[in-house]
Design a protein around this ligand. Sequence first.
Ligand SMILES: Cc1ncc(COP(=O)(O)O)c(C=O)c1O
Length: 325
Amino acid sequence: MSEPAETAYFQGAFVPRAEARIPIDTHAFNYGTGCFEGIRAYWNPDQERLYATRLRDHMVRLARSARILGLGLDPALDPDRLSAIALELLVRNGHREDTYIRPIVYKSGATIKVALEGIATDFCCFTQPMGAYLDIHKGLQLTVSAWRRIDDNAIPARAKPTGAYVNAAIASDQARRLGFDEAIMLTGDGHVAEASSANLFLVQDGVLVTPAVSDDLLVGITRDSVLQLAGREGIPVVERRVDRSELLAADECFLCGTGVQVAPVTGIDGRVVGDGQMGPITARVQSRYLAVVRGEVADFPQWRTLVGPAGAPAVAASLTTAGPP
Ligand SMILES: Cc1ncc(COP(=O)(O)O)c(C=O)c1O
């Protein structure tokens, strides 16, 4: 990530980011009582346009996370309003490069009481330039983490609670310390859930296999995009419980998520996946995905929200802020 953008949304207003600061007794700072989203906006240099990827879907998930956690988000801050704030922030910050959007719902009250009800809740958002943070061409080396993914019965898996990311951070740090790029998280009962902050797909005999949503994973929006793309490409897909040993038997493996995008995995715990190169199905999914989110092709226009006023008609002419159902 490079320099932070200048303006943030904080306490109901657009303010200089340097002024968007929380006091030390803020509940969310003390207890991780919040939830967040990570959203990308892709710059298309030929069209000179910035496209936010599945913006409204992310805001729907943010509002749902807040509901699951009982954070008490102001109903006026519905997904449309949240999307509008993020869009205005992108415009104000004038990004002309790939950008990351970070909206957060958090317990802003100043109290040491361990609770969620009766404590003030607020919303903030900032944006930041961000290119690929993992090499999506060379192939990632993963390890199955000794740390288990937090169970849905401990912290809701399909929400994105800020505090829960201690689990991801500790596993990811351990993986890197051991010389790997990322960690694969198993469920408490030893099945494959996801990577520390991305979903995981395997290819077995031409079929895409990914852990079921009931296996303690974040139901990723990129995961859904991959499922839709695979459907369009005629690639069969199965969502089901995945055993650890299937990781070693797979023909291909890749991670997907807003941050990692679609990234091939070529080694797991020192064992070669497939032939050690990005596989053909991974390559197809990756190139389709990147072409769609950058607006290089007209497919899936509902995934792209044009930032700022529409200029001359471009490839994806029917861009709207509306998300898919
Ligand atoms: C734990 C976890 N799983 C999966 C994902 C991928 O989700 P998405 O595709 O919605 O970014 C993320 C990234 O946000 C994540 O943090």
